[in-house]
Write a protein that binds this ligand. Structure first.
Ligand SMILES: CC(C)(COP(=O)(O)OP(=O)(O)OC[C@H]1O[C@@H](n2cnc3c(N)ncnc32)[C@H](O)[C@@H]1OP(=O)(O)O)[C@@H](O)C(=O)NCCC(=O)NCCS
Length: 222
């Protein structure tokens, strides 16, 4: 089981959005807040570029790839107007976006955050008691706090619930850190289901990927 991922920044996005389909263009034109439009288009660009790699599509044909939000808000991939079964997920933050795609229809979610200080109030509101203890154990508490937050957001996306779910319903229960990477296990307490993940660090950001399989490989596509 593989999770393929890609990262892009605002400067990678072509200025003229001719690569959006007509339906996507309607959505693009409907945003009232410019920042939201930029985030949305960066996410679409990153996801299409990643999907194009697998569909053997080159730039002029990006129109054939479409990403639509399902009723629950989760993004879904279409090719030539047909749904593609592979799960996708995306996240945008501070002019950067990540996109992730599986080679199956397993549940998967990703999240990107900038590593910045998180307040005690934030942590006591959103983290479990054990997660608060975990953050306090380490000198670099900002890194661990942001790691826990991305792991949670990626998990609530894998569950397709988003922040409608209480963030304490998903908990980091196992964690191993290598130089630039975390490997971890999550528990979804409502159904007692485990999820597994990896998080990578780059340029002051942390990106987490979570799925329902314990054995999976992360593959970055450039
Ligand atoms: C999903 C959510 C956790 C995103 O967190 P965020 O840190 O603000 O934003 P991110 O950039 O990391 O992720 C945004 C992407 O998550 C995806 N997303 C949205 N809802 C999702 C869901 N229920 N499940 C999985 N992914 C979802 C979308 O692709 C979205 O990007 P897009 O709107 O540009 O397509 C948050 O927006 C949320 O929970 N919202 C509440 C649910 C909601 O109201 N959904 C709206 C439609 S019903």
């Amino acid at each position: 089981m593989n999770i393929y991922w890609m990262r892009q920044s605002n400067s990678d996005v072509p200025h003229n959005p001719t690569w959006l389909s007509q339906q996507e263009h309607e959505k693009y034109s409907s945003f009232r807040i410019e920042k939201r439009r930029q985030d949305w288009v960066l996410g679409r660009w990153t996801m299409k570029k990643l999907a194009a790699h697998f569909l053997h599509i080159s730039f002029p044909d990006f129109l054939r790839i479409e990403i639509f939000a399902a009723g629950d808000g989760a993004p879904e991939l279409y090719f030539d107007a047909q749904p593609v079964r592979q799960t996708i997920s995306l996240s945008h933050r501070e002019h950067f976006a990540i996109a992730a795609l599986t080679d199956s229809d397993m549940k998967m979610g990703c999240d990107l955050e900038f590593v910045e200080p998180r307040s005690k109030v934030f942590m006591s509101d959103y983290f479990t008691t054990n997660e608060n203890v975990l953050v306090q154990k380490f000198n670099n508490s900002a890194l661990y706090a942001n790691f826990i937050w991305t792991a949670k957001e990626a998990t609530v996306k894998a569950l397709r619930e988003g922040l409608r779910l209480d963030t304490r319903a998903v908990e980091v229960v196992e964690l191993k850190k290598d130089t630039e990477q975390f490997t971890f296990k999550m528990q979804y307490h409502k159904t007692d289901t485990p999820y597994w993940g990896q998080a990578v660090l780059f340029d002051g950001f942390i990106a987490a990927f979570v799925c329902e399989r314990s054995q999976f490989k992360m593959i970055r596509i450039n």
